[in-house]
Design a binder for this molecule. Structure first.
Ligand code: PTR
Ligand code: PTR
Length: 347
């Protein structure tokens, strides 16, 4: 397959840093072309809600709280990310602060999310990277303002934990019609992503990703359409890497999943680069290091090697560094790809 040989070639020629830098240049160009701003973050009442002063949601693409409480605003550091060709709907967000944990759970409730993917640990490099907004085995219950959470079950391995959490809305104003006030949330926690860099092997990450994928398939079977919440500490480095690998693997298995019958066919990105640029229109800084970029590729390549039947069966059109950044927008007939299966990854 094209991807496997391209990966080996980038390694051999040591191309990851130049590739990553080139993406940075294209990202800044895109940011100014699209006029992306983060002014809402700088409002006095909102600024302290950001964990990092330099990682802010774009005004043009942020999740709003619906039931805004008195004295609060609709602001939280969270960005929606819809990826139609891979049939994925995410919200990327920062690791909650103590002061934003209630807002976080309110978002989970209001957006009808049932899956949370957490890629960081509470403590890293000797400092706190995220508030302990969830429950684990030795705790049973916690309340955050209008929401309470209760531990049902925890399972998993030494590398990841899967927690089943009951989320209850304590105020009826959050309930639609006569819906129940309690929902089941699956909390997928990858605990093996080291302080700096990337996991030293891809197998356990791929296994973790597969677990999150299975949970999404179950939800779809139950006809629950809801975004998957993905976060790390800033919600950009590791979260960006997760999204890239998840989208590509889902595409390799199922092909372009945008709905052509509904007229929403979207072009499939021609390269991983192009996908990185696309997701960076939705949230700044996704994928933080050349090493993380390589890790994405490595995970995809390792997956392909383990699934040779998915290993490309057409032309080798994958270009690693396409400089023409395609814009994949819904409902724009001019960009409908007549044959999406030949445009990417040799599929
Ligand atoms: N600016 C950051 C620092 O110097 O700490 C760099 C950084 C980038 C830190 C990514 C952490 C990052 O995430 P991860 O732990 O996933 O590599
Ligand atoms: N100001 C922080 C820094 O540059 O170190 C922001 C930051 C922190 C950025 C963590 C990325 C980080 O990694 P991740 O998104 O994987 O938590």
């Amino acid at each position: 397959g094209a991807l496997i040989s391209a990966f080996a070639e980038f390694d051999r020629r040591n191309q990851w840093i130049p590739m990553y830098n080139k993406l940075g240049i294209e990202t800044s160009k895109q940011e100014s072309e699209l006029g992306l701003t983060a002014e809402e973050s700088f409002k006095e009442i909102n600024f302290p809600k950001n964990r990092y002063q330099n990682v802010l949601p774009y005004d043009q693409n942020r999740v709003l709280l619906n039931n805004v409480q008195e004295g609060n605003t609709n602001f939280l550091n969270a960005s929606p990310l819809l990826v139609p060709f891979a049939n994925r709907d995410y919200i990327l967000t920062q690791g909650p602060l103590e002061t934003t944990a209630e807002d976080f759970w309110q978002m989970v409730w209001e957006q009808n999310s049932r899956i949370i993917v957490m890629l960081n640990n509470i403590m890293e490099k000797g400092s706190i990277k995220c508030y302990h907004y969830f429950v684990d085995n030795d705790e049973k219950e916690k309340t955050f303002g209008n929401f309470s959470i209760k531990m049902e079950e925890e399972r998993g391995t030494g590398v990841y934990r899967i927690r089943t959490i009951k989320l209850t809305a304590l105020d009826k104003k959050f309930l639609v019609d006569d819906e129940e006030s309690t929902r089941t949330i699956s909390h997928f926690h990858y605990i093996n992503w080291p302080d700096f860099g990337v996991p030293n092997e891809t197998r356990s990450f791929l296994e973790f990703l597969e677990k999150t994928n299975q949970a999404q398939i179950l939800l779809k079977e139950e006809k629950i359409e809801s975004p998957v919440i993905v976060h790390c500490s800033a919600g950009i480095g590791r979260s960006g890497a997760y999204v890239i690998v998840d989208c590509v693997l889902n595409y390799l298995q199922k092909g372009n999943q945008s709905d052509s019958a509904a007229g929403d066919t979207v072009e499939v990105p021609k390269s991983i680069d192009e996908l990185v640029i696309f997701i960076r229109r939705h949230r700044m800084g996704l994928i933080q290091t050349p090493e993380q970029l390589r890790f994405c590729w490595k995970a995809i390549v390792d997956w392909l090697k383990a699934h040779p039947e998915e290993n490309g069966n057409g032309d080798d059109t994958l270009s690693a560094s396409s400089s023409d950044v395609a814009v994949t927008t819904n409902n724009d007939p001019s960009i409908i790809s007549p044959n999406p299966t030949t445009t990417w990854l040799g599929r």
